[in-house]
Design a protein around this ligand. Structure first.
Ligand code: NAP
Length: 285
């Protein structure tokens, strides 16, 4: 059985690591704030003090951290980074949502030391992370993906091979651009329905029977109607994804994405940074 390391035990990473250990994986865990390793250690994982130690211990090192800067630190820090501990032939799996240009920089840096990078960003949020319902967008060399996919299998329902390094990040940012635009549209429409004499839930149920309905609209609309904005995918993270998507598209080439990004920025200015992305609805109350 290969030894697996998981770096980054935030809202998503902690759930993925738990699935791995519950499935019997031989798992090493690390998190910047060490207290988050406790529940995983209780579940059977071993905590280490740095990504470097994780890299020394494991055959596959998986990371799921906030952004490009965090990714750079956990992989490449000269003293504590995972690469410093990884021997030739080991495999790095980057699950964080990152910019394609960073993934294209990271891949060759790992290759220089004989470590293969597979990028594996995911679509889905906390319930899908808990229930192996994520969709993975895999990028990298075929033989490395062939090795990594069985390790990721217990975590997802769909594994899409989309191309080489950076292509996974591109598909992930495209997915979240569509997601965020829909969040912004529903935030305005729910407020519009709330102000109209019609019953909002009745209206949404009727819309759900039409061809404009998409699979995640039930989740988006129900949180807005109930006013339940407990964070699953917080404004802070989708704001980051919109920043990355705009950099990818070119600022003057994606005016709708830019407008929605400005709306998320307005939500941050109004104190909604840590609330769920659907808290955009609060802007129109
Ligand atoms: P989160 O709960 O905010 O966790 C962020 C993680 O990154 C924590 O483990 C944090 O460590 C770590 N981190 C931040 N800066 C760091 C640094 N400089 N060095 C080392 N570690 C650092 O976020 P999340 O929801 O788990 O999301 C993690 C990644 O998955 C993000 O890229 C996000 O865009 C992506 N994603 C999220 C969702 C979602 O629905 N939430 C869905 C798909 C993809 P500490 O605990 O020490 O702060």
């Amino acid at each position: 059985m290969p030894k697996i390391a998981f770096l980054g035990l935030g809202a998503m990473g902690s759930r993925l690591a738990k699935n791995l250990v519950d499935g019997g994986a031989d798992l090493v865990v690390w998190n910047r704030s060490p207290e988050k390793t406790k529940p995983l250690v209780e579940a059977g994982a071993q905590a280490v003090k740095s990504p470097r130690e994780a890299g020394e211990a494991a055959d596959f090192v998986l990371a799921m951290v906030a952004n490009d800067e965090a990714s750079r630190e956990v992989w490449l820090d000269a003293e504590t980074g995972a690469l410093a501990g990884m021997a030739r032939g080991k495999t790095a799996v980057e699950i964080s949502t990152l910019q394609p240009k960073w993934v294209r920089e990271l891949g060759p840096k790992l290759s220089e030391k004989g470590v293969d990078l597979v990028e594996a960003p995911v679509s889905g949020t906390l319930p899908q992370a808990e229930n192996a319902g994520l969709v993975f967008f895999l990028g990298g060399k075929k033989d490395a993906i062939d090795r990594a996919e069985p390790v990721l299998k217990p975590l997802g329902k769909s594994f899409q091979r989309v191309g080489d390094w950076g292509d996974g990040a591109t598909v992930k940012l495209a997915t979240n651009a569509i997601l965020g635009v829909n969040v912004a549209a529903w935030a305005e429409v729910i407020a519009m329905l709330n102000r109209a004499p019609v019953d909002t839930q009745t209206a949404v149920d009727a819309i759900s029977q039409t061809s404009v309905w998409a699979p995640n609209f039930g989740y988006l609309t129900s949180t807005m109607i109930k006013g339940d904005f407990s964070p699953k995918f917080p404004v802070e993270l989708i704001d980051k994804d919109f920043r990355y998507a705009l950099a990818l598209a070119g600022e003057d080439k994606a005016p709708l994405v830019q407008h929605v990004h400005e709306t998320f920025q307005r939500a941050i200015a109004e104190g909604l940074v840590a609330e769920n992305m659907t808290a955009l609805a609060k802007l129109y109350r």
